[in-house]
Design a protein around this ligand. Structure first.
Ligand SMILES: Cc1ncc(COP(=O)(O)O)c(C=O)c1O
Length: 130
């Protein structure tokens, strides 16, 4: 297990996560399902009604002492507002895991989806609307 995964509390080889870990999150069910299957507790934050991406304004209310990470899901080829998300994560000492499955090649201020947080996740499902 890598040092980063150990700090995050997730063991990808054993597919485990500490049961108390919650992840302040995301507006997409597949991402939440992964957390739940690993024994974590996904916590949903409100969305931006225009993009359906996570709204930074609602994230802090969802953070508890058990929170490990913020998982913005970049939906429909649009990226979440990453600057405020990264700022919140830094202030609360949380990891940022980007779900970039629907945003391959999308950019936020000149940086590609999946490259702004601590981890970026992609999918090889070819029907994604990117
Ligand atoms: C935003 C998002 N995250 C995760 C997934 C899951 O990807 P995969 O099926 O490659 O595990 C999908 C699949 O549609 C997705 O749209």
């Amino acid at each position: 297990m890598s040092r980063r995964n150990r700090r995050l509390g997730v063991d990808p080889l054993r597919m485990t996560a500490p049961p108390i870990a919650s992840f302040a999150v995301l507006p997409f069910f597949a991402t939440a399902g992964c957390i739940a299957r690993l024994g974590g507790r996904p916590v949903f934050a409100d969305i931006d009604p225009l993009t359906y991406n996570i709204a930074p304004a609602g994230i802090e209310a969802a953070i508890t002492p058990a929170t490990k990470a913020i998982l913005p899901v970049h939906l429909f080829g649009q990226m979440a507002e990453m600057d405020p998300i990264l700022d919140i994560a830094q202030r609360h000492k949380l990891y940022v895991i980007e779900d970039a499955a629907q945003a391959i090649g999308a950019e936020y201020k000149g940086r590609r989806a999946g490259s702004l947080g601590h981890l970026g996740c992609f999918s090889d499902v070819c029907e994604h609307d990117t």
